[in-house]
Design a protein around this ligand. Structure first.
Ligand code: SF4
Ligand code: SF4
Length: 240
């Protein structure tokens, strides 16, 4: 389970201000388990956006947004509504937001913040894409994560070391901020580089007790507690 929680309402409204029409995509996987997604959240956000004068062109729930191919194959059915939308609000962990951003040519906006999941990368595990920093920046960075794609996890733009698009820390590695620049240019959103990102709140790197008890920790506990019962049942059966 990738633990993700709703972004604070004020921050969410700041991120969507400037857009007149949005499409909502929700992940039907981890956010449902974390009580931060599903149909109720789509309805809640639709209402919130409407109150703020933003048209919701449509919405959809996709089982696992961290499965890029699945996202592409499902979004194709909403192409006309997507064409009318200026951006997509994504109810998901950072991996799902990035997978969605990979499949469309309009900006993605994360509705959730992702907390540490000990490196778990959902169904897109070929690389570390989300480090669960707790303050998702993808709305500002064209859907490319500055924490995992930049060797120094800079949130305020490129350092002075980039050379020919490569990172000064590792010459073979693309400079994450160069990729962000290219993507923002493609999206017509270079002005994002002038916006001040929120400071990282490192307290959010840990998962609070409330979320621990609602996700896999609870499942593991249940497993541990039920194991002796199962074992004694097996013993009884073998004695019969
Ligand atoms: S900015 Fe990156 S590390 Fe932080 S929550 Fe978003 S995707 Fe994850
Ligand atoms: S060169 Fe680019 S990726 Fe490397 S540390 Fe500097 S900004 Fe980050």
């Amino acid at each position: 389970m990738v633990v993700n929680v709703p972004k604070p309402g004020k921050e969410l409204i700041e991120m969507v201000s400037g857009y007149k029409s949005l499409f909502i995509v929700a992940c039907g996987g981890c956010p449902v388990g974390c009580d931060s997604g599903g149909k109720p959240r789509i309805d809640e956000l639709t209402e919130q956006l409407s109150k703020n004068g933003i048209e919701v062109e449509g919405s959809t729930e996709i089982d696992f947004l961290c499965n890029k191919a699945l996202v592409g194959s499902k979004l194709i059915y909403h192409i006309e509504k997507l064409k009318k939308s200026q951006a997509v609000l994504v109810i998901s962990c950072g991996i799902g937001v990035q997978a969605t951003g990979n499949m469309i040519d309009i900006p993605v906006i994360p509705a959730n913040d992702t907390l540490s999941s000990q490196g778990m990368q959902g169904l897109w595990p070929s690389s570390e894409r989300c480090a669960g920093c707790g303050t998702c920046y993808l709305a500002l960075t064209g859907g490319i994560c500055p924490i995992t794609m930049c060797s120094k996890s800079l949130i305020n733009g490129m350092c002075g070391g980039q050379h020919d698009g490569k990172c000064e820390v590792e010459n073979e590695r693309d400079c994450g901020w160069n990729l962000i620049y290219i993507r923002l240019n493609e999206l017509g959103k270079l002005e994002n580089l002038k916006k001040l990102p929120r400071l990282r709140d490192y307290r959010k790197m840990d998962v609070p007790d409330k979320e621990r008890t609602t996700t896999r920790w609870a499942l593991e506990k249940a497993e541990i507690y039920s194991a002796p019962v199962l074992n004694s049942e097996k013993e009884e059966a073998s004695n019969e």
